[in-house]
Design a protein around this ligand. Structure first.
Ligand code: ATP
Ligand code: MG
Length: 268
């Protein structure tokens, strides 16, 4: 069996071929032994290619020898394959943004990628800020609660500042993420509200940086990948809205969280 594994800072993503169909499976990097046992027990004579920052650590836990590919190359290859599978036409050049534990941005031209930027604001920031503000650590629970929160109780909008007056830009834009402090002191937000605003902060920071990057490189499409989009409609919606606002086409891939793993699988 051919297996491609992307061992990241937070999650280990595994893609493998079963009767010519790609299957997907992931584990917490925290439980790296569990993931390795699953691979060791589940496959006979596997051919494994690894990528991601935890490749080395993961390889040492496996029963068979493996080879590895550079993460940025694997992700580029995986994105190209998955976009094609989803029927997206990316053209000869595009930008991709990988929101993993941290965030990395890449410009791809004629199949060759160049890392053009990044940010420490990413999926790990969501987990960390959620923990600091609510004590919660379960990703699914965090995004579920955020989904019923009201950002209006935490974020300051332009129209909140331009009370009664006509603002020079859309009043619905965020003036200050988490900035409605005076209001919050009188009306403490719920955990749901706080979590929704944390996701808003991350989404807006990343879409702002990546849109400017796309403008700089004159790229029409921005592909957003990484597990931070898993079951997280809030962040998708923010990115979608803002990207279109500045005329860039946001692309989300069905298995975008597995782009590195699929790229590794293609390199087996
Ligand atoms: P990096 O590439 O930066 O080394 P990574 O590859 O592990 O990290 P991803 O798997 O792309 O990163 O994304 C990790 C993020 O996805 C987490 O920080 C969290 O926001 C989100 N996430 C989605 N599902 C889960 C989950 N089951 N457990 C923890 N985090 C999750
Ligand atoms: Mg990663």
């Amino acid at each position: 069996t051919k297996i491609g594994i992307d061992a990241g800072g937070t999650l280990i993503k595994i893609s493998y071929l079963e009767e010519e169909t790609i299957r997907y499976r992931s584990f917490q990097t925290q439980h790296i032994g569990e993931a390795a046992s699953w691979v060791n027990d589940h496959f006979r004579n596997p051919k494994i290619c690894l990528t991601g920052g935890k490749s080395q650590v993961f390889a040492e836990e496996l029963d068979v020898s493996t080879h590895s590919v550079l993460e940025f190359e694997a992700t580029t290859r995986g994105i190209t394959y998955l976009a094609d599978e989803d029927g997206h036409s990316l053209g000869s050049h595009f930008l991709f943004v990988n929101i993993g534990t941290g965030t990395s941005m890449h410009y791809v031209k004629n199949g060759t990628q160049e890392r053009v930027g990044g940010s420490g604001i990413g999926g790990g920031t969501l987990m960390g800020l959620a923990y600091l503000t609510t004590g919660m650590t379960d990703y699914d629970e965090i995004v579920r609660l955020a989904g019923i929160g009201n950002r209006g109780n935490v974020d300051l909008k332009v129209k909140d500042i331009f009370e009664g007056a006509v603002p020079p830009i859309s009043g619905d834009l965020t003036a200050s993420n988490l900035g409605k402090t005076a209001f919050m002191m009188q009306n403490p937000p719920t955990q749901q509200d706080t979590l929704a605003s944390i996701i808003g902060l991350i989404g807006e920071v990343i879409v702002t940086i990546s849109s400017q990057m796309a403008a700089h490189y004159n790229a029409d499409s921005i592909v957003y990948v990484g597990s931070s989009f898993r079951d997280n409609p809030i962040i998708r919606e923010i990115i979608e809205t803002y990207a279109w606002m500045i005329g860039k086409k946001p692309v989300f891939l069905q298995h975008g969280d597995y782009s590195g793993a699929v790229g590794a699988l293609l390199a087996v």
